[in-house]
Write a protein that binds this ligand. Structure first.
Ligand code: DGL
Length: 272
């Protein structure tokens, strides 16, 4: 057993989709979450900047003597993560690989849709991971850059007219491709899953990258005899902008008051 906490980070609220699942499948683990809300979104930035931010995020979390890092951000997971993960003495797990694996096992017709930030779509990382497992898969993609700011603004209600208008526009072409599986390639998107599902249709299976990664982490901790079981772990949240704003939207998503402390911090080496 390894009693050290698990560190999780994202540019903002999106990583909570992973935390929600982690609390379910690993209830005994202490979780330390970092949302870099002062610099969200990452998805329109260059690969170099994304890598620099990721290193600063990981450095902050490592200050807590964690046993693993979950990169609950599709953008970081697809932009250089594999290059930097080996620099750390603990596992650094992105969300793209487990999501690609889940999509390949879910699809029946081999037609997979992928939505994500501009940086994730530009990277081709999801394509490589899917094609390595299913060489004849057909992948249809759309970058949806406005989804992250909408979610961060709390516009996640399926009745929200702005959200619906934007989502209809982004998914219009994808809808024609007869995909049976859609990877929500950015961890913010499961917060608007009901809207995405309504537009794509009930037969399209949605893959939540944070959730499938939480399950993978459980399997890996189990295999490494590092699982902390029994009792209820603590949760601490750190953000780089207003703690109040984060708590308000986070509660909307978690459907309850956020459990654990939320503190605003400044990341070392970060110029906001
Ligand atoms: N949740 C991040 C992702 O999965 C958000 C990206 C962003 O900050 O643009 O890609």
């Amino acid at each position: 057993m390894d009693a050290r906490p698990i560190g999780v980070f994202d540019s903002g609220l999106g990583g909570l989709t992973c935390v929600k699942k982690l609390m379910e499948v690993l209830p005994g683990e202490d979780i330390i979450y970092l949302g870099d809300t002062g610099r969200v979104p990452y998805g329109g930035r260059s690969r170099e900047t994304i890598i620099k931010y990721a290193r600063q995020d990981i450095a902050f979390l490592r200050g807590f003597d964690i046993k693993a890092v979950v990169v609950a951000c599709g953008t970081v997971s697809t932009n250089g993560l594999e290059e930097i993960a080996g620099d750390y003495p603990i596992p650094v797990m992105g969300v793209a690989d487990a999501a690609a694996e889940a999509a390949v096992s879910a699809t029946k017709n081999g037609r997979i849709g992928l939505i994500g930030t501009k940086a994730s779509i530009r990277s081709h990382a999801y394509d490589e991971k899917i094609l390595a497992r299913m060489p004849n898969a057909a992948i249809f993609k759309a970058a949806c850059p406005l989804f992250v700011p909408l979610v961060e603004e709390g516009r996640i209600d399926p009745e929200d007219p702005v959200l619906n208008l934007v989502a209809e526009g982004y998914l219009q072409e994808l809808k024609k491709e007869n995909v049976d599986t859609l990877i929500m390639g950015c961890t913010h998107y499961p917060l608007i899953a009901r809207t995405l599902s309504r537009i794509m249709g009930p037969e399209v299976r949605l893959i939540d990258p944070g959730a499938v990664t939480a399950e993978r982490l459980r399997r890996e901790l189990e295999a490494g005899d590092a699982l902390r079981e029994g009792g209820r772990g603590s949760r601490s949240y750190y953000v780089t902008d207003s703690a109040e704003d984060f708590s308000r939207t986070a509660s909307l998503f978690l459907n309850s008051h956020i459990e654990g402390s939320v503190r605003q911090i400044t990341l070392e080496g970060a110029s906001q």
